[in-house]
Write a protein that binds this ligand. Structure first.
Ligand SMILES: *Cc1c(COP(=O)(O)O)cnc(C)c1O
Length: 416
């Protein structure tokens, strides 16, 4: 963190010099989410393209100078980041697209992009001499925190809403977390975690509150840029719940542009579920966010009261991007498309970005000639129930070769 200069409040603009021991702006309270700033002039001297060519660390820590953690323990964390950025063939062909890329974040150690934030959280906890770390989550922030904490020998206390899918819950239990399944929705889990964190003084990994989480998540943008030789795409597509991931995506591209490593910031397409779209609606009506229902099967983006409204809205606005919504059926179709065209299995919230791309092409918001990178934020194995709803079933057959021959010949070997 040698290049970190100061923190500023996203509401009142007040600045704070490090060390900063609070999570949010003392003047504005919980809504005063902080942003973290760096000395771009000095970073320009350090971070040339040659710096990256000679950098042997293939994890998110290859960007350590651009981050807000001390480098003392970065060699001890789970190996987060440097996930593949595939150039799509089949799906691109199907959509007549010239250049479609897929960033598979499901390959992170606990299976989602959240690992980028959790890896930072465990290091910050250690920096603060805090052995217990807590969060509330719809699932991935929790399973990710539990795994990353376990690897560093820390304790984790996790507050989950009742609806968390079994895959994510199983991960928590396997990682040895203290799991509190709160009878209620995400809001209830969040409130209880907040009160408990205050009471016990645990380190707080709640993404919106803790500005370091966006600083971890932004590494996904650095990787996309570097994996494209710093020729960034026209559009980056990402699904949105609390708004921290999209904020991180923007911040990452913003940093690189400030340092002069890239010539532009991609437009960012924020994808929400039609049944839970507070960002989309606020942007459309040009007003503040309002609480909405959480009516979607994409549990990771079922956030009726997003905790990071300012940074989330700003990501789309400042990048010249757009918001879009998709129906649950579109998400299920996108799971199937990604699976059969790309061999990538995504959980619903992750496939939502692909559904959003399809919808944006349909609406002529994105042209097939533009270069697009879609972030697939989490692994499909976390929520296998969603697959049932896709309506794709195995063929039931008696053990008889003739029946099989008949089936294969009449179905071109199965699905097309
Ligand atoms: C958390 C999450 C998101 C959304 O990130 P926010 O920071 O809540 O906007 C999207 N997809 C997956 C798989 C997630 O776990």
């Amino acid at each position: 963190m040698e290049f970190l200069t100061h923190y500023s409040c996203t509401l009142c603009g007040e600045t704070y010099r490090p060390p900063v021991e609070f999570y949010t702006c003392p003047k504005c309270g919980e809504k005063g989410i902080l942003d973290i700033h760096y000395d771009y002039e000095r970073l320009k001297e350090k971070l040339s393209k040659a710096y990256f060519e000679n950098n042997k660390n293939y994890s998110m820590w290859r960007y350590e100078p651009l981050m807000s953690v001390s480098k003392n323990h970065i060699d001890k964390t789970l190996s987060v980041g440097w996930t593949p950025h595939y150039k799509s063939r089949q799906l691109a062909n199907r959509l007549n697209m010239e250049a479609l890329y897929i960033k598979d974040e499901g390959l992170n150690p606990t299976g989602s992009l959240k690992d980028r934030a959790s890896a930072v959280a465990v290091l910050k906890a250690i920096e603060n001499d805090n052995r217990t770390i807590a969060c509330s989550s719809t699932g991935n922030a929790a399973s990710s925190l539990a795994g990353n904490a376990a690897h560093m020998g820390l304790k984790s206390v996790i507050f989950v809403p009742k609806r968390a899918p079994l895959g994510k819950l199983s991960q928590l239990l396997a990682y040895g977390a203290d799991v509190i399944s709160v009878e209620g929705d995400y809001k209830a889990a969040f409130q209880l975690s907040k009160a408990a964190i205050n009471h016990f003084g645990w380190y707080n990994r709640n993404a919106a509150i803790n500005p370091h989480m966006v600083e971890g998540k932004k590494t996904v943008a650095y990787e996309i840029a570097e994996q494209m030789d710093f020729n960034v795409p026209d559009w980056v597509v990402v699904s949105v719940g609390d708004g921290c991931t999209i904020a991180g995506v923007y911040k990452g591209f913003y940093d690189l542009h400030q340092i002069g490593l890239t010539s532009k910031i991609p437009k960012i397409l924020g994808v929400q579920s039609e049944g839970c779209a507070p960002f989309y609606e606020a942007a459309k009506e040009n007003r503040d966010l309002q609480e909405t229902a959480e009516d979607t099967l994409a549990d990771s983006i079922a956030v009726g009261i997003p905790r990071n409204p300012v940074k989330g809205l700003n990501a789309v606005k400042a990048s010249g991007g757009a918001w879009i919504t998709v129906r649950d059926e579109q998400i299920l179709d996108a799971i199937a498309l990604l699976g059969k065209d790309e061999g990538i299995f995504a959980e619903p919230a992750a496939a939502a970005s692909v559904a959003g791309l399809l919808e944006a092409l349909e609406q002529n918001l994105i042209s097939p000639a533009q270069t697009v990178s879609v972030i697939v934020t989490g692994n499909g194995l976390k929520d296998t129930k969603a697959m049932d709803k896709c309506g794709i079933k195995p063929k039931r057959l008696k053990p008889d070769l003739d029946l099989l021959i008949d089936y294969i010949e009449n179905n071109e070997g199965g699905r097309t």
